[in-house]
Design a protein around this ligand. Structure first.
Ligand code: HEC
Length: 435
């Protein structure tokens, strides 16, 4: 999208240089109104995040609501600027286009409608022209954006994040009782509530099958990686619903790990009570493919200070035919760009994801609209580029004098390419002795 902007600027410059008039705005500019023309665009592209607070959307809820004319009007200039610069709605992948189900963006026509409206003084128009207000799933489901879950597991006891806490990584465990989950089920969706507002920097959820003695082994307690990963949420993350035919198995007697990273300014009165929850959506239809959420990562790096373009890469060869579902590149403040590529057994390369301007504030999971089949022997490489210079340090509030390595704190770095996939074999036969 950014490259489209650049092309347009070049054309415009050429046009001006050659004395050709730039294309004019729509001639009926004065007729563009909020209710008739702008509200439908805002409903479709902005209100999912720009609405009242209290909804469960991790970091995606914007600080300003655009639900009514009165709320939107004061932001008209800023809206024009953000949509013209392609900064809103937020979308950080430059490629590939059209393959992600959660891709956001406005058409050139929608952008010019908004610009014409703002140029004309952002008139309201006739409220009789307004489309029906959007209905959000949260309103009927107790705050879950995917609708009413089949069950919600909340940590048994609330936990107090002390006044002194600056950065805290901690895992909590909950073993499901027979009453809570009597039988094994397949799940296709899940959504987290950190129960800690802005103090939660991220939350990861893991599920571990039942252990023979019903207890979490002491040795596993420190490892967030116990069992399989559901997902992690951080700023900018949404809930997950798998495509038809895909699922994860949740066994009776499993233990759920709530791995929390709290981050705040310490000080008297800054402590908060927290009690994370995970909602599950059951798949009643037969599940064909068992989903694995994993990461292709590099944890053995040291990021030298003062370098503006340091690449950390990692790769994995998939040994069976595999369907790819999601990508989530994860770095911290110094991470500035990310890319996933596939190298097929015949040597052909394909760009799976390109994020030329990565920012920690938008931890986007890129969801493929259609699962992508890669043949066995395909290697997927993840590269993340880092800028550890004073320039970026000043913009993103980190010390460029440090040599960060892999770690969970905000001052550490990470180079993880999360990837959701399923081996292309029937789920019922992919693991022995189940169902
Ligand atoms: C995925 C969520 C999301 C969507 C969709 C979204 N926004 Fe935003 N928007 C945010 C968040 C979060 C912020 C505050 C942080 C920031 O500025 O990045 C924001 C900030 C803004 C701002 C304020 C900038 C300033 O000056 O502070 C404007 C204006 C804006 N958005 C316009 C829009 C418009 C117009 C749309 C739809 C065409 C849109 N946004 C869609 C999440 C979203």
């Amino acid at each position: 999208m950014r490259s489209q902007v650049r092309v347009f600027v070049v054309l415009l410059t050429l046009g001006v240089l050659c004395g050709i008039a730039a294309p004019g705005q729509a001639s009926n500019e004065a007729d563009v109104t909020y209710y008739a023309d702008v509200l439908p665009i805002i409903q479709d592209n902005c209100q999912s995040c720009h609405r009242s607070e209290g909804l469960n959307l991790a970091g995606v809820v914007a600080p300003m609501s655009f639900m009514s004319y009165a709320e939107t009007r004061p932001w008209a200039r800023a809206i024009a600027q953000k949509v013209e610069a392609h900064e809103m709605p937020p979308w950080y992948a430059s490629a590939p286009n059209g393959v992600f189900s959660n891709e956001r963006g406005l058409t050139d026509e929608e952008i010019s409608t908004i610009l014409s409206w703002v140029d004309a003084g952002a008139p309201a128009g006739d409220s009789a022209d307004a489309p029906a207000p959007l209905q959000f799933a949260e309103e009927a489901s107790g705050g879950w954006s995917l609708g009413t879950p089949d069950f919600v597991f909340q940590l048994d006891e609330p936990y107090f994040v002390d006044d002194e806490v600056y950065d805290l990584n901690i895992s909590f465990f909950k073993t499901l009782t027979e009453e809570e989950l009597p039988d094994n089920v397949w799940i296709r969706g899940w959504e987290f509530k950190t129960g800690a507002g802005s103090v939660a920097h991220h939350m990861c959820g893991f599920v571990r099958g039942p252990s023979p003695d019903g207890e979490v082994a002491e040795a596993d307690k420190g490892a967030a990686g116990a069992g399989y990963l559901l997902t992690c949420i951080a700023e900018g993350a949404e809930a997950v619903m798998l495509p038809d035919g895909y699922g994860l198995e949740l066994e009776a007697g499993s233990t759920i790990t709530y791995n929390m990273h709290y981050h705040k300014q310490p000080g008297e009165g800054s402590g908060v009570w927290t009690q994370p929850e995970i909602a599950f959506f059951v798949e009643e239809r037969p599940v064909e493919y068992r989903v694995i959420n994993d990461s292709i990562g590099n944890t053995g790096f040291e990021l030298p200070p003062g370098i503006s373009d340091y690449r950390i890469g990692s790769g994995r060869t998939f040994e069976q035919d595999t369907y790819l579902l999601t990508y989530w590149p994860h770095g911290h403040l110094r991470a500035k760009a990310a890319r996933y590529t596939a190298t097929y057994p015949d040597g052909r390369e394909e760009l799976l994801l390109d994020v030329p301007e990565y920012t920690q504030g938008w931890q986007e999971t890129y969801k493929l609209a259609e699962p992508k089949l890669i043949p066995k022997g395909t290697r997927v490489d993840v590269s993340i580029w880092y800028d550890n210079t004073p320039d970026r340090g000043a913009r993103f509030d980190f010390s460029p004098a440090l040599t960060p390595g892999h770690g969970p704190r905000t001052d550490d770095e990470m180079s993880l390419g999360f990837i959701g996939y399923a081996v292309a074999v029937d789920a019922e036969t992919s693991t022995e002795g189940e169902n």
